[in-house]
Design a protein around this ligand. Structure first.
Ligand SMILES: Cc1cc2nc3c(=O)[nH]c(=O)nc-3n(C[C@H](O)[C@H](O)[C@H](O)COP(=O)(O)OP(=O)(O)OC[C@H]3O[C@@H](n4cnc5c(N)ncnc54)[C@H](O)[C@@H]3O)c2cc1C
Length: 625
């Protein structure tokens, strides 16, 4: 079996992992390796949206901003820790300006300031963007830096297990798909940047090349938090893309058809809301109220997501956006003042633009081109959509240096880190990924630089880990598609934006049963991914049920029902964080703890200077370093 050793192993090559590998090297750690399924894999390099947003500290205009104000916004989303929110805010400018220095073309004005716009859950306009592919531009810039630094990249590897002894991570085991063989890596530190669990749901807008990797960390005993908190919203299914922004602002005709996708076409929205003025004004709002949000589900724009869910999941029909024909009863003049004003200012005129497509061509021609480049002509065919899984706000726990509280020398960063809580401002995922990379690299450089002799511990960990995997990979991958479909369908049915306590309860034994079956059957790459997803599924479902039974109610992007009734939110839980841990077998444990408070943010310069010089900033809460 191939074996190699590095000072620090970074797993995952999205915007977060790439940034961390370069930052470690910049900080003087020479022996860094980036292990990944592929530089072309993951969410960051493959995804985007109408205007993909990067949320940062305000750096322009007259609106005052500061780390304290930004931290407050991040913290007030609920169930987010204050110390981490503060670090995300305090390091935001540094992380953003590094990207600027690396050449990411964030727009600036003639004086050199970076104007912002308002995104969801953002009180002041801190958002910026390079267009539809911001995270891809970030990856490209970091990849150039990675090459310049000549860092070692191990592609075509899938980590399936973390090697652990005495509460410390010592390395990882990976499957090499090209060689069809196992490899092990010993490391003083492991940075875990594996992204979100993209393949967990059938309706998902994650790219196909992001399946997720939280399973091995759960199996190794890492602590997780806020697992039930995710974002769902409407997205096209053939080519996965959020239908936000101008795709909704031009008010397309929304239709449903029978399961064959062809027959029995209906404009179903008017069954739910007959008044066309009211209905199409709501549809317009979906442009910038993209995620399903329970606070907008009673009378606001998120009702549309509920109606689409009813058509697709409950009635088994298929829903499409048709840009070729006006929706029935549509007229510009019937829209709300807000929608009408926006469209008129954008040059839309009823006598000139007689279809949604003509309006889209006027508002954002690149939006039409984007689908054409992906084989879909909006002028020729309707676009199939579904309410889809888009982001996991929860994930693995980390302290204010992004180190796992349960596994030392293990740093979950990027989307794998569950720092966001209930609601996050749009774009804060990218900020958190860059800041986490910076913080983990700084801490490793400052505190975990010295090489320890870990060989005996590593060998012990390996001995305990090896037998299950040799047995597993002795089998073929046959039947993996059925297993994947089963778990994805289960998650989309019971654990998406509509959750019913009873259905969650029923799904859990089936999920554990599936995990055991996959473990028994064994297989190669796809079965290893299924094993990861199946464990993830079971622990997530348990966390969701625990949250429901605790009485949290509906919040964020998940509406909770019990015996058909929608449960209101108990806002007291916004002050607590749900922690989860896998215990082996069919056991997981979940508990609420109070959020860590927001620091005051006031530091007296002279004492901050002294603490910095003495390295006290790296001190742990119990005073140790
Ligand atoms: C459609 C869409 C639109 C979005 N829009 C925005 C937005 O506007 N603003 C915003 O802030 N966020 C947005 N997000 C979220 C954001 O893009 C992601 O959270 C972020 O890109 C994740 O970056 P990452 O580096 O953590 O992980 P990723 O970019 O997903 O990278 C994960 C890496 O880990 C590798 N990997 C995974 N498992 C393993 C394993 N077991 N072994 C080896 N390698 C592994 C993958 O191959 C990949 O290289 C959006 C997400 C989607 C899906």
């Amino acid at each position: 079996m191939h074996k190699a050793s590095f000072h620090t192993l970074v797993i995952g090559s999205g915007a977060a992992g790439l940034a961390c590998a370069c930052r470690l090297h910049e900080g003087g750690i020479e022996s860094v390796a980036l292990l990944t399924e592929g530089l072309h894999c993951g969410t960051s390099i493959n995804t985007g949206s109408d205007k993909q947003t990067y949320y940062k500290l305000g750096l322009s205009g007259e609106t005052p901003d500061s780390p304290v104000l930004l931290a407050r916004t991040l913290f007030e989303g609920g169930s987010a820790d204050g110390d981490v929110a503060f670090a995300e805010a305090a390091c935001s400018a540094r992380a953003f300006l590094k990207l600027v220095e690396l050449g990411v073309p964030f727009p600036r004005d003639r004086y050199g300031s970076y104007p912002g716009y308002r995104t969801d859950h953002d009180p002041v306009g801190r958002a910026t963007s390079t267009g539809p592919y911001t995270s891809q531009a970030m990856c490209r810039a970091w990849q150039t830096e990675l090459r310049r630094r000549q860092l070692q990249v191990l592609e075509g590897r899938r980590v399936v297990s973390l090697l652990v002894q005495e509460g410390r991570v010592l390395g990882a085991r990976a499957w090499n798909e090209a060689e069809q063989s196992w490899e092990v890596y010993a490391a003083q530190n492991v940075v875990y940047a594996v992204g979100g669990p993209g393949a967990l749901y059938r309706s998902s807008v994650y790219p196909q090349l992001q399946t997720g990797g939280i399973g091995p960390a759960l199996r190794a005993g890492a602590l997780a938090q806020s697992l039930p908190e995710s974002q769902f919203g409407m997205a096209s299914t053939k080519f996965r893309w959020n239908v936000s922004g101008s795709y909704m602002q031009v008010v397309p005709r929304m239709i449903s058809r029978a399961a064959d996708g062809l027959s029995d076409e209906r404009e179903f929205l008017r069954d739910y809301l007959p008044d066309p003025g009211e209905l199409y004004s709501l549809l317009f709002l979906k442009g910038y109220q993209w995620p399903f949000d329970v606070s907008r589900a009673r009378s606001g724009s998120s009702q549309i997501d509920l109606w689409v869910y009813e058509e697709t999941v409950l009635k088994g029909r298929r829903v499409f956006l048709d840009y070729r024909v006006e929706p029935s009863g549509f007229s510009l003049e019937r829209l709300s003042a807000e929608a009408l004003d926006y469209l008129k200012r954008s040059g839309i005129r009823s006598e000139l633009h007689r279809t949604p497509l003509e309006r889209l061509r006027q508002l954002n021609p690149a939006a039409i081109e984007l689908y054409a480049n992906n084989g879909i002509e909006l002028a020729a065919e309707p676009l199939e959509i579904a309410v889809s899984f888009q982001h996991n706000n929860g994930g693995l726990s980390g302290n204010l240096w992004w180190e796992s509280p349960a596994l030392s020398h293990f740093f979950p960063i990027g989307e794998a880190n569950g720092s966001h809580g209930v609601r996050r401002p749009g774009g804060s995922a990218l900020n958190a990924g860059q800041v986490g990379a910076l913080r983990a690299a700084e801490y490793i450089g400052a505190r975990y630089r010295a090489e320890e002799n870990l060989e005996p511990l590593f060998e012990e960990a390996l001995k305990a880990d090896a037998p299950r995997w040799e047995k597993f990979s002795a089998q073929s991958d046959a039947g993996w598609e059925d297993e994947r479909r089963e778990l994805q369908e289960r998650m989309s049915r019971v654990a998406a934006h509509i959750r019913d306590e009873e259905l969650l309860r029923e799904a859990i034994p089936a999920a554990w049963g599936q995990l055991e079956r996959i473990e028994r059957r064994g297989g190669r790459l796809q079965s290893l991914i299924n094993l990861d997803l199946a464990l993830t599924q079971a622990v997530y479902l348990e966390a969701m049920l625990y949250q429901s039974v605790s009485g949290v109610g509906s919040r964020g992007s998940a509406q909770l029902r019990r015996e058909g009734k929608i449960l209101p939110e108990d806002e007291a839980f916004r002050g607590r964080v749900l922690e989860s841990r896998y215990l082996g077998g069919r056991q997981s444990e979940h508990r609420w703890r109070p959020v860590r408070p927001l620091p005051s943010g006031e530091s007296w310069f002279e004492s901050a200077w002294a603490d910095f010089e003495a390295g006290k900033i790296y001190q742990k809460e119990n005073g140790t370093v």
